[in-house]
Design a protein around this ligand. Structure first.
Ligand code: 5GP
Length: 312
């Protein structure tokens, strides 16, 4: 009974197969799990091994009826830490200016707790990242256009001249190059980049001002920006959109494109997968929009696992 009362929940940030672990004292006792699984740690008495049971598999499912999903008590050994080797790193294809790549990092567990947005709380930030071919900006714009009273984009800054039909603060905040550079220096942007010799970027303030209107803010960023966004203030819900790819194409050139898209998805998955709450496989625009819409609705109603440091 005492074991049942444990309130310590961990999200596993790596896959673990006890049978492949030579350090396991007794392989049958090991609890296999996948990155993203929520584990209830029932005992931390041992320095090297915890006793734990699995609660749910991923964030969205854990938001359902949690108690029903608890598997038959499966107390078993749980390795405390694991060195994640990060081989096969390639240069990022993105253009974001932020970089958080360490060569090795210990990815172990993240302590999490259940969180449900209360009516008087500001909506969570929704962060879309996408692999090559996912076209997340289109997706974001479409879902917002259908429901502009509830969802909004953070208005970006740009150094390009304003067009006659545009309004300051609506399409963009139009600023000088000096002002933009100063803001960039002072880390005011979550991301920025250059396009046709003009600078474009999204500021932290722009997100705050959407949330101040009690709307859900949707941003699409390079995954490098995740680190800056994963804060208690924003409580981001991170959706990784990847296009559904066919097995192979007949034309050689199409096959190469496909290969590039596969690689892009793999890289993001490897480097940032542990920060992703939900993977959305995009078949076509319409179905992806419908799925995104349904995720956003559930986000306001249901309970989700978030890092304990975000709550309180
Ligand atoms: P336009 O000048 O036609 O309004 O935008 C041109 C391009 O600027 C967009 O297609 C997009 O690639 C880029 N852009 C717009 N907003 C942002 C932003 O917030 N950050 C970055 N990095 N690029 C942006």
């Amino acid at each position: 009974d005492k074991l049942k009362e444990s309130k310590v929940f961990m999200r596993a940030l790596f896959d673990y197969t006890p049978l492949e672990d030579k350090a396991t004292p007794c392989q049958e006792a090991g609890l296999p799990f996948k990155r993203g699984d929520i584990l209830q740690v029932v005992s931390q008495h041992d320095q090297t091994w915890w006793q734990a049971k699995r609660v749910g598999d991923c964030n969205l499912r854990a938001g359902l009826r949690v108690t029903e999903m608890v598997r038959p008590l499966l107390y078993s050994g749980l390795r405390r830490s694991f060195r994640l080797s990060r081989k096969d790193r390639r240069g990022s294809s993105g253009e974001a200016n932020v970089s958080d790549q360490n060569d090795t990092e210990f990815l172990t567990y993240e302590e999490v707790t259940r969180y449900q947005q209360k009516p008087n709380e500001r909506p969570r930030l929704v962060v879309l990242i996408g692999s090559l071919g996912a076209r997340i900006n289109e997706l974001k714009q479409k879902v917002i256009a259908e429901n502009p009273h509830r969802y909004a984009v953070a208005v970006p800054h740009t150094t390009r001249p304003k067009k006659s039909h545009e309004k300051e603060g609506v399409e963009y905040h139009f600023v000088t190059k000096q002002a933009f550079d100063a803001d960039a220096q002072n880390n005011k942007f979550i991301e920025y980049g250059e396009y046709k010799e003009n600078l474009y970027g999204t500021s932290i303030e722009a997100i705050r001002s959407v949330q101040a209107k009690n709307k859900m803010c949707l941003v699409d960023v390079q995954p490098e920006a995740l680190k800056a966004l994963r804060t208690a203030e924003f409580k981001p819900y991170v959706i990784f959109v990847k296009p559904r790819l066919p097995e192979s194409r007949r034309r050689r050139s199409a096959e190469e494109d496909l290969q590039e898209m596969r690689l892009s998805a793999q890289q993001i998955d490897q480097q940032y997968g542990h920060q992703v709450d939900r993977v959305l496989i995009k078949e076509d625009n319409a179905s992806a929009c419908a799925e995104l819409r349904s995720i956003l609705e559930r986000l306001e109603r249901e309970t989700f696992w978030v890092p304990v440091s975000w709550v309180k």
